[in-house]
Design a protein. Structure first.
Length: 254
């Protein structure tokens, strides 16, 4: 693979999808996908295009190459995370530069580039937070505004309850909790079938952010320390009643 020396912009946080990618999340796996004619990605015609991903494991780079005589390079600019090279006419991606940051455990999938106009990488993680400036977190232990706060025997519980304080959960038959990542990443979510229950009818609570995953999956994900959510370090999360009772909560000693 040719090795020009581009001036690299600071890399994004490990795992965050580049701006030109379509991000999706399913069953604990995040996928960042370059998709032809989407977010400014313009690939040369399939008949002119070949792939070179064999160097990724050793060098952290991969590329697509095309016949410049058959497809004028000026009509097919490289995505922002890649750099252009003349001669063979290629767009090469270097992990760790130009906003591309594939985690060490990430896997690259180039097999669909020619047939479907897509290529991607995947890694195990909860969905990445959106690139927005979060609102200030509540004082540690203070319940978010949409929660119901109760106190008993020195324990405070903050509970999200369906159809209360603006919390509107999707129907139980479409809904599942995903709280297994909380201890490691400080995030948890509920997920539902977006085809069976239109996401526009079930907005996320103010402390959560919305995301769309593969196979019409929709989710609301909560990140501790952002958007007014501040669960103390000793707090415990309870997602077990989400489907059966339309409630989920956290508790802490106060």
């Amino acid at each position: 693979t040719p090795t020009p020396a581009p001036t690299a912009t600071p890399p994004t946080p490990a795992g965050a999808c580049p701006v030109e990618c379509v991000a999706s999340w399913s069953s604990g796996t995040t996928t960042c996908e370059w998709r032809n004619n989407t977010n400014g990605v313009i690939l040369p015609p399939p008949g002119t295009l070949t792939l070179n991903c064999g160097y990724y494991a050793a060098y952290g780079s991969f590329a697509y190459i095309w016949d410049g005589a058959a497809a004028n390079p000026s009509a097919y600019p490289c995505p922002p995370t890649a750099v252009f090279g003349a001669g063979a006419n290629y767009c090469v991606f270097y992990n760790g530069t130009n906003g591309l940051s594939i985690p060490a455990e990430g896997t690259l999938d180039c097999g669909s580039l020619v047939s479907s106009g897509i290529f991607s990488y995947s890694y195990s993680a909860p969905p990445p937070p959106p690139p927005t400036t979060p609102t200030p977190a509540a004082a540690s232990g203070g319940c978010p505004a949409e929660c119901i706060e109760t106190r008993s025997s020195g324990t405070t519980t903050c509970e999200w309850r369906n159809n209360t304080n603006g919390v509107i959960l999707p129907p139980p038959g479409t809904l599942s909790p995903d709280c297994g990542y909380y201890a490691v990443y400080g995030s948890f979510a509920y997920i539902w079938d977006g085809e069976a229950a239109n996401p526009s009818a079930y907005p996320c609570p103010p402390t959560a952010v919305y995301g769309a995953g593969a196979n019409s999956q929709a989710y609301c994900v909560f990140y501790n320390g952002t958007n007014g959510l501040s669960i103390p370090a000793e707090g415990t999360l309870n997602c077990g009643s989400l489907v059966s009772s339309g409630t989920f909560s956290y508790s802490y000693t106060s």
